[in-house]
Write a protein that binds this ligand. Structure first.
Ligand SMILES: Nc1ncnc2c1ncn2[C@@H]1O[C@H](COP(=O)(O)OP(=O)(O)OP(=O)(O)O)[C@@H](O)[C@H]1O
Ligand SMILES: [Mg+2]
Length: 471
């Protein structure tokens, strides 16, 4: 309507007014016309022109804002909520209409902005969630997956719009989804799946998504990776089983021999001495085992602190050698050590450092046959600071056993180690102590030829590193 006025009526009114004015002017100039008639014609055309002008102005003033409002509402319906209208000359109802239209636009804009913020937040949460997430619509098609899910299941793409039972989801999960579609009930289950060569343990939660009327709108599935948790649980169970086994052996022995003595063997001199010495040995092993266990649990605690101080490595080496000298002599093992000429100061815990060296030296002596050789060395120019190495000409360790010897209670030759009084905790303690020193331990070994254990230590501790570990 407005456009029609603007395009046709306004120009026609204007043009006819102008033509009438020109026509009146010519009439006015004609000599045969009486001046009164000419003046009347001229006057009428001027009045017509003025009226046309007034009509045009009036219509413009009232129809233009209506047209603007219409255009704006159209824009709003297309989602352009930032559109506003500024009616400078409108008044009355048209002005009110413009004001309400603006308010409506403002509210719509605020609501959509709010929705955008919410959607962004939700997207960020879904994207950075530590659990895998999958959403299936009511038709059974996958419509949402997050990156964690792709990482967990090793999917290369999101499989969007694929039917869940045709997707590479694990079979038990597909079954859970089917049950949830049927019974509309939440389900939770632990599922173990094989991804490549790895096995992962997942805690899968499948829940129906219902609308306000209770209609099923789809299914949401959350995957928690509990592989580490399960591993820890297994380690804990193994540890308890190992400790019980290790404790049981000497206790059974002590119990058996003491009962035999009480049953009459104590009256026979040779049995009394032999059995008592076995009981004493087993009690000693029990004592060592408990000591080692206590020490290990103390070292493994988060609050475990070293007594950091400036330590002379050469002194620690001398003290350690003194402690195990007798053991080496008993097996006629040659102990070799050349003290370094450079100063060998390091920031460390002297007692713990000595414990590390003694442990490595006594292993070297223990697993080296008589008349063998054990060498201790310090390299003050190693890449990471100091390198302390203990090498022997002993029985050596097979490649596949090397990674396992630092596990608690792991012994390559169980019977042999136990016979020599070993608890199988020595290297586990050493590894923890080296790591507490922010160092590293490496092993090189060849069965039948010997082994070399090297400990790398920084000259100074990194205080930041310790704080992070304690956090
Ligand atoms: N120098 C070595 N040469 C050969 N094998 C070794 C050497 N050091 C360690 N091992 C192997 O690693 C295993 C674990 O060593 P670890 O010191 O932890 O336990 P252990 O010596 O048996 O007992 P303990 O806890 O009393 O030291 C040993 O049982 C042995 O089989
Ligand atoms: Mg040992």
């Amino acid at each position: 309507m407005n456009r029609w006025f603007v395009r046709f009526v306004f120009p026609i009114l204007g043009m006819t007014g102008l033509i009438m004015f020109i026509f009146g002017y010519f009439l006015y100039q004609l000599p045969q016309l009486t001046s009164n008639m000419a003046t009347l014609a001229m006057g009428l055309s001027v009045i017509y022109l003025l009226m046309a002008l007034w009509i045009v102005t009036y219509l413009r003033r009232h129809l233009k804002p209506v047209h603007d409002i219409r255009a704006m509402v159209k824009d709003l319906s297309n989602g352009h909520y930032w559109r506003r209208i500024y009616p400078p000359i409108a008044s009355g109802m048209v002005k009110e209409l413009a004001v309400y239209a603006n308010r409506l636009a403002e509210q719509l804009q605020a609501v959509t902005e709010h929705q955008h913020v919410h959607a962004d937040r939700l997207q960020a949460i879904i994207k950075h969630m530590a659990s895998g997430l999958l959403f299936i619509n009511e038709k059974g098609r996958i419509v949402l997956t997050n990156n964690k899910l792709l990482e967990l299941l090793k999917w290369n793409d999101h499989h969007h719009q694929e039917l869940y039972y045709e997707s590479p989801l694990p079979e038990p999960v597909i079954e859970m989804i089917q049950n949830t579609f049927t019974f509309e009930k939440e389900q939770q289950q632990e599922v173990t799946i094989e991804v490549g060569i790895r096995r992962i343990d997942l805690n899968v939660l499948v829940a129906p998504v219902l609308d306000l009327e209770g209609h099923n709108k789809g299914i949401v599935i959350v995957f928690h990776d509990i592989t580490q948790l399960k591993k820890l649980e297994r380690v804990r169970q193994d540890f308890v089983a190992n400790v019980s086994h290790e404790l049981k052996t000497p206790i059974t022995s002590i119990k058996g021999f003491s009962e035999t003595l009480l049953d009459g063997a104590m009256y026979r001199e040779e049995h009394l001495k032999q059995f008592l010495s076995i009981i004493s040995q087993e009690a000693e092993r029990l004592h060592r085992l408990v000591e080692d266990l206590l020490q290990l649990s103390q070292i493994e605690q988060r609050q475990f602190e070293l007594n950091w101080q400036k330590v002379n490595l050469a002194e620690v080496m001398n003290n350690s050698l003194r402690v195990i000298e007798a053991k080496a002599e008993a097996k006629e093992i040659k102990l070799e050590y050349t003290p370094p000429v450079e100063s060998t100061f390091v920031e460390a815990d002297p007692d713990r450092l000595q414990q590390i060296v003694i442990n490595l030296l006594s292993n070297a002596i223990q697993y080296t046959p008589e008349k063998g050789e054990v060498r201790l060395s310090i390299d003050p120019w190693a890449e990471k600071g100091y390198r302390i190495c203990v090498s022997d000409t002993g029985i050596g360790i097979h490649k596949e056993e090397i990674t396992r010897i630092f596990e608690r209670f792991y012994r390559v030759d169980r019977a042999r180690s136990r016979a020599s009084g070993g608890t199988g905790l020595g290297l586990a303690i050493v590894k923890h102590l080296v790591e507490a020193h922010q160092g590293e331990i490496t092993v090189e070994s060849e069965p039948g030829k010997g082994s070399t254990f090297c400990v790398y230590l920084h000259r100074q501790r990194n205080k930041q590193d310790n704080k992070q570990k304690n956090r």
